[in-house]
Design a protein around this ligand. Sequence first.
Ligand code: B1M
Length: 210
Amino acid sequence: MSILNDISEAMQKGRAKLVKQLVPQALEEGIPARQILEEGLLAGMDIVGQKFKANEIFVPEVLVAARAMNAGTELLKPHLSEAGVGSKGKVVLGTVKGDLHDIGKNLVRMMFEGKGLEVIDLGVDVAPDAFVQAAIDNNCTIIACSALLTTTMPVMAEVVEKAKEAGIRDSVKIMIGGAPITGKFCETIGADAYTPDAASAAVKAAELLS
Ligand code: B1M
């Protein structure tokens, strides 16, 4: 569908204003929000990732593309949520210390909210102590950590350890995800659940809370 290609290209070029025009247009054309996300925005971000890896583009270009991506996902947010669901539980969410990638984390937040979960979003570069303290302060039953860098994956193990030290390990479930994370890594560090994408994270969180 050409409008999805247009969205993908506008996003890749970092043209946030154009993305903000095209996304509502696609919705008006009756294209489901999930399809706009996956075949427009995420498809575009895949290409950005490939070009970044191949040194064809650099951090500034990736940053403006990321801003355009966030502008688009914000517009999709109400359409990705399930209407009329009340709060089913509280989750503390963040990207781990040393890691500034937040697009995937923001998608996870949207999907969680769509499932009726209340999300305390700590943002990026979140220290293990901060996850644990926020879970205690807000009475959260899930800690959800995102990491995009292989170098920041070990911080997730620290979150598990800090939760043990604080005496809350039995009362919280720890969920992890992000491109370099695997089920095996989840098992190794003693976290409770790994999911490969935002939608399955939300399904899993709802399951853990029920
Ligand atoms: Co960076 N970056 N980046 N980057 N960046 C990657 C991750 C990289 C793979 C690119 C590459 O080399 N091909 C590479 C990591 C290599 C590695 O560790 N093995 C990399 C690097 C090296 C870096 C820097 C070190 C570059 C530098 O400065 N030289 C630097 C690090 C900064 C830091 O964090 N300290 C850096 C910086 C940046 C930008 C700031 C420019 C920008 C981020 C902007 C932002 O987030 N606001 C950026 C971007 C955009 C990327 C790529 C291109 C795209 C990431 C993205 O948003 N994808 C990325 C390459 C790629 O992934 N192809 C890359 C879309 C997003 C929806 O996917 O976040 O994976 P993702 O989320 C998915 C799933 O992973 C999952 O759900 C989402 C899908 O539904 N998920 C969860 C995520 N969290 C979850 C949590 C869950 C469950 C599922 O449960 C709790």
